[in-house]
Design a protein around this ligand. Structure first.
Ligand code: BTN
Length: 246
């Protein structure tokens, strides 16, 4: 991974660039990265603030040979890869909030946006958008997210070498996604669980169709979140936004 790197000073978002390259046949491991995004995007059509020079704003093209319904698993795989890279480079241990957030001290440090180019039965490309708040000071965050976001610098008191972090992320992402394609989520599950701050918590689950409350009891070998409702019924959650109750 990282043999082909497209670097731009400013982009609206790295995602559409990476989509276009993937459509043109760019190989797995191609990355699009920039110093600043002017309209970075998050999950659920949310905006993603991407201040110049402060973070890592990149999209990685993956081409796993899997059916489209397995695509969400790659968000979990990427979360483990990034958590491990952060731990090695910044010497601080992030937590994973299912499915796509990395938190430190309950505050968001990383978001992952997995998008898909696929036929009905096969993935052509996964566009893995990764946003990491690295060297932000408090004032760099807009006021409305200061109480939910943080940076590695704010958490460690140190300026973090972004190039080093990117290199470790790409290495782990390549290894873990190969592992997933060969053996599924199961061999990665233990590490995911060790980083998880979700299992065992009371959570609010918001899907496209409904909102419900329950306890996150487990992640399955397929990466599906099991939530137990107050009446004892257990639901499988494949895609949703969750909030952990304090
Ligand atoms: C989320 O938490 O909602 C996901 C955020 C993903 C942000 C990254 S930054 C690089 C890539 N380009 C974008 O526009 N978004 C992703």
């Amino acid at each position: 991974f990282g043999e082909q790197i497209i670097f731009k000073e400013t982009l609206p978002s790295t995602q559409p660039e990476a989509h276009q390259l993937a459509q043109q046949g760019a190989p797995a491991g191609t990355i699009v990265i920039c110093e600043e995004q002017t309209s970075g995007r998050g999950r659920m059509q949310r905006e993603w603030k991407s201040q110049k020079g402060k973070g890592i704003w990149m999209s990685v093209i993956l081409r796993p040979n899997v059916p489209p319904y397995e695509a969400p698993q790659f968000t979990l795989v990427a979360a483990v890869a990034i958590a491990k890279a952060i731990e090695e480079v910044a010497d601080i241990r992030p937590e994973i909030k299912w499915p796509n957030d990395l938190l430190i001290d309950g505050l968001k440090i990383t978001g992952i946006l997995t998008e898909l180019q696929a036929d009905p039965d096969r993935v052509n490309a996964l566009i893995m958008g990764i946003g990491i708040n690295v060297n932000h000071e408090t004032d760099d965050f807009p006021e409305d997210i200061r109480d939910i976001a943080t940076s590695l610098k704010l958490q460690t008191g140190k300026e973090i070498d972004r190039a080093k972090l990117i290199a470790r992320i790409l290495l782990h992402l390549e290894n873990y996604s190969n592992m997933y394609v060969e053996s599924g989520f199961q061999p990665i599950k233990k590490e995911w669980e060790n980083y998880s701050c979700t299992i065992g918590q009371q959570i609010k689950v918001s899907t496209i169709n409904e909102v419900f409350y329950g306890k996150a009891v487990a992640i399955t070998n397929d990466g599906v979140l099991k939530v137990q409702l107050p009446d004892g019924e257990t639901r499988s959650v494949y895609s949703a936004d969750i909030e952990i109750s304090k």
